[in-house]
Ligand binder design. Structure first.
Ligand code: ZN
Length: 159
């Protein structure tokens, strides 16, 4: 089921999400399937559970035609090498900003079957993982962007 994506300044986006105790539970499986559908409809590359109002540590990603589900993710390694690139968020519509992120990341967590997995991300995948993990801690990219590089509002073109 496609769910509504909460927008800033909804307070649920600012809450630290809680760990999932049993990934195999039906409610978690339903949540994952709703998140995948919602992300697809919104044409996003990542979605975290708090973005649909569920403060649990679950994120889905779709990067380079590869689909990822990560439950209770933990960062194992972040590269010292950083990249500054433009980022946006489904919960912060019409705004993009430059955000510095580690170029590579290794996380561990559980997949949708509850199996323990590691994900090695670099480039776009590393960026998306860091963005989604921030959501689980109540952090939005606008907290990290040095400056908002673009604000495209309808009024902006109505000269
Ligand atoms: Zn986001």
């Amino acid at each position: 089921m496609v769910r509504e994506i909460l927008k800033e300044p909804n307070p649920l986006l600012r809450k630290k999400s809680e760990a999932v105790l049993d990934a195999s539970k039906k409610e978690i499986q339903d949540l994952i399937s709703d998140m995948k559908e919602t992300m697809k409809k919104a044409e996003g590359v990542g979605l975290a559970a708090p973005q649909i109002g569920i403060n649990l540590r679950v994120a889905v990603m779709e990067v380079n035609q590869h689909s990822y589900v990560i439950i209770n993710p933990e960062i194992k390694k972040l590269s010292n090498e950083k990249i500054i690139s433009e980022e946006g968020c489904l919960s912060v519509p019409d705004i993009w900003g430059l955000v510095e992120r580690s170029k590579k990341i290794i996380i561990k967590g559980q997949n949708e079957k509850g199996e323990f997995v590691k994900i090695y991300g670099s480039g776009l995948l590393a960026r998306v993982i860091q963005h989604e993990l921030d959501h689980l801690n109540g952090i939005l990219f606008i907290d990290k962007t040095a400056k908002i590089s673009k604000i495209q509002k309808r009024e902006a073109v109505e000269l």
